[in-house]
Ligand binder design. Structure first.
Ligand code: ADP
Length: 333
């Protein structure tokens, strides 16, 4: 899916790696978060200690992994990458923590999906750089304390609200990443085009940016499709080429993806515009409620097609207009 905000394949991960900014100065947008992070890193450098633990919250593709890499790069520390789903037992986490070198940056993606038992181990590790390892079972079980090398945890989550309070409280700083403005995405694409050696005009840049769902990952991906199209046509990436390429890949003017469209048309057609509850909606489109809530809805709300009310999800006037659907209750009379 060209507009899915989640990285799709090994090839895409390699492509993304090549385009990743390597410093805070190169990182486009998120001005406030950049300033806050810079201060946190500078203060730690002055005091010659490991920077505080950092939680990065926000929808996929907005730069959480990139920021974790930048934290390691800027502080000249090694980086270890893992993810919540990879930590199914406390033992999985103990293995990672006990092998960290002093000062290492540990990135845990999707930290809200870590096993509960591991979460509890992490509290102590974050606070005191220490864990208790349980040995044996039942009455003979004992716990052996183990000192860890000091480290900086960078956690990423699409669902900050799902993290238990004791875990959230142990981060010295939480950054909420926002969708990017079109002008910011223009800069992301301009930079990527330079790295890829693609010649692209101002109008074409804006066209890609405005259809990228506020998401740098999607912007880079659309640029790649446009580059392919231009390559095959044997010309530059003009506005006409951008429009033709995006048309070929079914990217609409707002950059909505298939799931965005499924959610909206379900609310409009099956529920006459709502209100409809999250779980009913999830069952109707055949997707997990968590994905709808953390990936799909934030963008639909941000561009004004959907509103979340205490009674459920409701399509806005703009939502009806964008999909050109007539409300059943209006059509009856
Ligand atoms: P997340 O971890 O939030 O899903 P990533 O950090 O993997 O997102 O970013 C996805 C892609 O978007 C990467 O290839 C990265 O190069 C690009 N990207 C993200 N944020 C920015 C930014 N602020 N400036 C430039 N490129 C960015």
């Amino acid at each position: 899916d060209v507009v899915s905000p989640v990285a799709a394949s090994e090839a895409e991960i390699a492509f993304e790696g090549a385009l990743r900014p390597r410093s805070l100065a190169e990182f486009v947008g998120q001005k406030k978060v950049r300033g806050q992070l810079q201060l946190l890193l500078d203060a730690a450098a002055i005091q010659q200690r490991t920077p505080d633990h950092i939680l990065l919250a926000g929808p996929p593709g907005l730069g959480k992994t990139t920021l974790a890499m930048i934290v390691a790069q800027e502080t000249d520390r090694p980086l270890r990458l893992t993810s919540g789903p990879a930590i199914q037992h406390a033992g999985d986490l103990a293995a990672v923590l006990s092998s960290l070198v002093p000062g290492e940056v540990l990135f845990i993606d999707e930290i809200h999906r870590m096993a509960r038992s591991a979460e509890e181990m992490l509290y102590l590790a974050m606070e005191d750089f220490r864990i208790d390892i349980m040995v044996g079972k039942g009455a003979g079980a004992t716990s052996i304390p183990l000192d860890l090398a000091p480290f900086t945890l960078v956690g990423a989550t699409t669902r900050a609200g799902l993290l238990p309070n004791p875990l959230r409280d142990r981060f010295g700083f939480t950054a909420h990443l926002e969708f990017y403005e079109t002008e910011e995405l223009v800069r992301v694409i301009e930079r990527a085009a330079q790295l890829l050696g693609v010649t692209i005009g101002a109008e074409a840049l804006v066209e890609i940016a405005s259809r990228s769902r506020g998401t740098p990952r999607i912007a880079n991906r659309l640029l790649r499709r446009v580059r392919d199209y231009a390559l095959v046509e044997g010309g530059d990436a003009t506005l006409a080429v951008v429009q033709a390429a995006l048309h070929l890949y079914d990217v609409d003017e707002l950059g909505l993806d298939r799931l965005d469209r499924a959610v909206m048309t379900t609310i409009l057609q099956r529920f006459d515009g709502g209100p409809v509850g999250l779980s009913t909606l999830a069952v109707s489109v055949g997707e997990e409620a968590e994905t709808i809530e953390s990936v799909v809805e934030p963008f639909l709300v941000r561009i004004g097609l959907l509103s979340r009310t205490p009674r459920g999800r409701v399509a806005t006037k703009a939502g009806w207009a964008h999909f050109g659907v007539v409300r059943q209750s209006d059509a009856l009379f």
